[in-house]
Design a protein around this ligand. Structure first.
Ligand SMILES: Nc1ncnc2c1ncn2[C@@H]1O[C@H](COP(=O)(O)OP(=O)(O)OP(=O)(O)O)[C@@H](O)[C@H]1O
Length: 228
């Protein structure tokens, strides 16, 4: 489902964010990406959703070869996945309900389908009471859960989440991961960045640690870059 071969990313200002990453993630896996601030975690996710392009190497996601993908095809590619952004990216003038409904509308869903599905997904993330609020009327954690609901509403094969528990208290973080676990059990592949290593340890899932732009361990096993 996701394959990276010899992937490196250096930003225009010369910052080396990722170095020679080699990795395969199979359909149905639940993978935590951990590492310190600035290690390269968000860059890794941005390459996978093709928000950034690598300077070297090849990335394949959901059967799409990203290096040869034309810009105009990027929105179609993105519809194969649900994305939770670190900075939420909600539409300020739309209510919670409409922010989530919008993600369904762009795929051609009918009003009837939207009226059925959106309340269900909002209840899954505990936001039933906030459906008619605007994003600015919500706390950071609530906005984050709207982002999660929007990412889940189309039942994606792959969910990519950058710190979906970053602004949420520990109890709710736990519940969010329980929810992701349930979604994963139904077959969705999940790739989640977190700086909370304890969460990853507690849920005992594949955990990839990035340090200074390199993968240093994969589920506790250290990875030597020379042997990759
Ligand atoms: N657009 C950019 N231009 C230049 N440098 C960048 C850009 N985005 C990130 N970087 C740099 O690349 C490195 C990796 O950043 P990245 O955001 O991937 O780290 P991270 O592990 O996600 O950190 P955090 O946990 O703080 O979000 C950092 O040194 C960062 O300053």
């Amino acid at each position: 489902m996701i394959e990276l071969k010899g992937v490196s990313k250096t930003y225009d200002n010369g910052t080396v964010a990722l170095k020679d990453i080699n990795l395969t993630i199979q359909k149905g896996e639940f993978v935590f990406i951990v590492g310190a601030s600035g290690a390269g975690k968000s860059t890794f996710l941005k390459l996978i959703i093709r928000e950034e392009v690598p300077n070297a190497g090849e990335i394949t996601v959901n059967g799409f070869k990203l290096s040869s993908m034309k810009k105009k095809n990027v929105p179609y590619f993105r519809r194969t996945m649900g994305i939770v952004f670190q900075d939420f990216r909600l539409i300020p003038k739309m209510t919670v309900f409409d922010n989530v409904a919008f993600a369904m509308r762009v795929t051609g869903a009918t009003t009837r389908q939207i009226r059925k599905r959106v309340p269900y997904v909002l209840s899954q993330v505990g936001l039933t009471d906030k459906a008619h609020c605007l994003p600015k009327e919500l706390s950071g954690g609530e906005q984050q859960r709207v982002g999660l609901a929007r990412a889940l509403v189309n039942n994606p094969d792959l969910l990519v989440a950058d710190e979906p528990t970053g602004n949420i208290d520990p109890q709710l973080s736990f519940e969010i991961i329980e929810l992701l676990n349930e979604i994963n059990r139904k077959g969705t592949t999940i790739l989640m960045v977190t700086h909370e290593r304890e969460l990853a340890n507690w849920f005992d899932r594949r955990t990839i640690e990035i340090r200074d732009g390199s993968i240093v361990s994969d589920s506790g096993r250290s990875v030597s870059n020379e042997s990759q």
